[in-house]
Ligand binder design. Structure first.
Ligand SMILES: NC(=O)c1ccc[n+]([C@@H]2O[C@H](COP(=O)([O-])OP(=O)(O)OC[C@H]3O[C@@H](n4cnc5c(N)ncnc54)[C@H](O)[C@@H]3O)[C@@H](O)[C@H]2O)c1
Length: 253
C-alpha cells in the first residue's frame, strides 16, 4: 500500500496509460480523482477503481480548458488535499511539416502542454500547503524524435510538445523543491493501449521499414501497466530524492 490515504489526480484516466495508472494507484491504497473528457470511459474506470476497494471521485473535465480545470480543482478539494498529480493527457495530430495546419499544431500544444500547465498550476497550492507533492508528467520517446512516427507519418508537433515536457519538469523541479514537491516525467515507448496498440502493431504487420517492434530491443510493445508501474514509483515515497528526471519506459530504445 505505497500510496495509502494519498489523494491522487489522474488526467485522461478513462483509457490507456491513464486508466492503468488509476487502477495501479487504487491497488496501492490511493484515493482517486479521475479527470476525463469522455463520460462513458469515466463511468467505466470509476467502477473499476471502486471494484478494487478504492475511493474514486469522477470529474468530467477538459484539461485544456482553464474553467474546466478550475472546476476540477474545486471538486477534488472536497475529497481533501491533493498530494499527487499525474499529467497524463497528451498527444496530438501527426503529419508531415508541409501538411500540418496551424490548427493541428495548436491542438497538439494545447493537448500536451497547456493541459499540463493548467493542471499543475491548479494543484500546486494544495501541495505547497502540505509541504509535500508528487507531480508526474507523461512525456514520450518522441521528445528525441521517434523514428517510426517521424519517418512514416511526420511527428514534429508531437515531438516538440514532448520535448517541452522536459523543460517544464526541469524548471519546476527547481522552483518547487523547497516546497517538498518533486516533478518528474515518464517517457513511454510504443505501448499497447486500446488506441495506439493496433496502429503500432499494424506497422509491423505491414512490414514498414521502421516498425516499433523491429526498432525496439525488447521486440514487443510495452503494456500500459508497465508504464503505470514507473508512474507509481515516481509518485511514491520511494522516489523521495528524485526530481527533474525523465524515466524512459521504452524497451531499451
Ligand atoms: N500509447 C503510447 O504508445 C504512448 C507512447 C508515448 C507516450 N504516450 C503518452 O502517454 C499519455 C497517455 O497516452 P495514451 O495512449 O494512454 O492516451 P489515450 O489517447 O489512449 O487516452 C487518453 C485519455 O485521455 C482522455 N482525454 C483526451 N483529451 C482530454 C482532455 N482534453 N481532457 C480530459 N481528458 C482527455 C481521452 O478521452 C482518453 O480517455 C499521453 O501523454 C501520450 O502522449 C503514449
Amino acid at each position: 500500500m505505497r500510496l495509502e490515504g494519498r489523494i491522487a489526480v489522474v488526467t485522461g484516466a478513462g483509457l490507456g496509460i491513464g486508466k492503468a495508472t488509476a487502477l495501479r494507484f487504487a491497488e496501492e491504497g490511493a484515493r482517486l480523482v479521475l479527470a476525463e473528457r469522455d463520460d462513458g470511459r469515466l463511468t467505466e474506470v470509476t467502477e473499476l477503481v471502486r471494484d478494487l476497494g478504492a475511493e474514486a471521485l469522477a470529474v468530467p473535465c477538459d484539461v485544456t480548458d482553464e474553467a474546466s480545470v478550475t472546476h476540477l480543482a474545486q471538486e477534488a478539494a472536497k475529497l481533501g488535499p491533493v498530494s499527487i498529480l499525474v499529467n497524463n493527457v497528451g498527444g496530438g495530430r501527426s503529419g508531415r511539416i508541409t501538411n500540418l495546419s496551424v490548427a493541428d499544431w495548436d491542438h497538439t500544444m494545447a493537448l500536451s502542454l497547456r493541459s499540463m500547465f493548467l493542471c499543475t498550476r491548479a494543484f500546486v497550492p494544495a501541495m505547497q500547503a502540505q509541504g509535500y507533492g508528487r507531480i508526474v508528467c507523461l512525456s514520450s520517446g518522441a521528445r528525441n524524435g521517434t523514428v517510426w512516427n517521424a519517418f512514416h507519418t511526420g511527428a514534429s508537433g508531437y515531438s516538440t510538445a514532448k520535448a517541452g515536457v522536459t523543460g517544464f519538469i526541469r524548471a519546476l523541479a527547481i522552483e518547487l523543491a523547497d516546497d517538498g514537491i518533486t516533478v518528474n516525467a515518464v517517457a513511454p515507448g510504443p505501448i499497447d493501449t486500446e488506441l495506439a496498440g493496433p496502429y503500432l502493431r499494424k506497422m509491423h504487420e505491414d512490414g514498414l521499414e521502421y516498425s516499433p517492434i523491429r526498432m525496439t530491443p525488447l521486440h514487443r510493445l510495452g503494456t500500459p501497466r508497465e508504464v503505470a508501474d514507473a508512474v507509481l514509483f515516481l509518485a511514491s515515497d520511494e522516489a523521495s530524492y528524485i526530481t527533474g528526471t525523465t524515466l524512459d519506459v521504452t524497451g531499451g530504445r
